[in-house]
Design a protein around this ligand. Structure first.
Ligand SMILES: Nc1ncnc2c1ncn2[C@@H]1O[C@H](COP(=O)(O)OP(=O)(O)OP(=O)(O)O)[C@@H](O)[C@H]1O
Ligand SMILES: [Mg+2]
Length: 263
């Protein structure tokens, strides 16, 4: 299983939309996927149209990473009705907010990593993080092979990407950085083009093909459907871009985690 944390220090930049777009691409390609909804807002759980009630949720898994708890937190996505196990969700809950304290002891941050070892029957795990670099995102980093940092193309976000990459780089045996994804990019905006170039000058090839601002993204979410189920040409173009992003994610399979000396 390849495990990818989708994170950002900033809110509303599109982390959940990227997780949903990747889940849609993986479903389209029949790559079995587990989405772990770490955000107390539980938007990924809602976006994946989870209706089944489970005995446990992600907060219980983080506290008690035992097989029984982990397995009883997993619900099928409503996007799939005929292939059990193809797209599942460790359901999010508001209770996880209590585990987001930035000063968590290291031992507390290992729960998710241990739990995911017991839920390893999917090819891909996508971890949707909350908009902070607190305990939940740090738990995700410890559990992940690689990290995808989502950003918009604005001045304050450039600084936030730098902070996030510095924190990941400082981890001992931390995850690799799969890339920095600029979302809701409008090429007609000179300011956004300038910020994209600034990101490229700072982070080089880590900066991936930007994802444009497209109504298909909120439309698919509003309809509770995978992006790949939408027919209009504009929707298909965004879906194809998520296909290419999935290639980047799956390419992390062969790559080792980083090894740093500082904690
Ligand atoms: N490429 C896009 N084009 C158009 N709208 C988008 C795009 N990406 C995201 N959005 C919209 O932007 C809003 C915020 O996106 P999203 O919820 O994915 O961000 P987030 O980073 O997960 O937020 P939070 O930090 O609260 O978890 C949503 O309404 C979503 O539909
Ligand atoms: Mg979100």
């Amino acid at each position: 299983m390849i495990t990818m944390a989708v994170c950002s220090a900033k809110g509303g930049v599109g982390k959940t939309s990227v997780v949903l777009g990747l889940a849609s691409a993986a479903l389209h390609r029949s790559v079995s996927t587990l989405v772990v909804d770490l955000d107390p807002q539980a938007d990924a759980t809602s976006g994946l149209d989870v209706t089944a009630q489970r005995e446990h949720d992600v907060a219980a898994v983080l506290r008690t990473p035992k097989r029984r708890v982990a397995e009883s937190s997993v619900a099928p996505s409503g996007w799939v009705d005929d292939h059990p196990g193809l797209l599942d969700v460790v359901t999010g809950s508001a209770a996880s907010a209590r585990l987001d304290a930035p000063d968590h002891e290291q031992a507390d941050l290992d729960g998710l990593r241990r739990a995911l070892r017991k839920l390893d029957d999917h090819e891909l795990a996508l971890l949707d993080c909350p908009p902070s670099l607190g305990g939940l995102t740090r738990s995700a980093w410890r559990a992940s092979d690689a990290v995808l940092v989502v950003s918009d193309a604005s001045r304050f976000s450039v600084a936030a990407v730098g902070r996030t990459l510095d924190e990941v780089a400082a981890l001992r045996s931390g995850p690799r950085v799969a890339g920095v994804l600029v979302n809701r990019f409008s090429p007609r905006s000179g300011e956004q083009r300038f910020r994209l170039e600034e990101l490229r000058s700072l982070f080089g090839p880590l900066v991936l093909e930007p994802l444009p601002d497209r109504v298909a993204v909120p439309q698919s979410q509003g309809a509770g459907k995978p992006l790949h189920a939408l027919r209009p040409v504009a929707a298909r173009r965004v879906a194809e871009q998520f296909d290419r992003l999935l290639d980047v994610v799956l390419a992390q399979r062969a790559a080792p985690r980083t090894s740093r000396d500082s904690a």
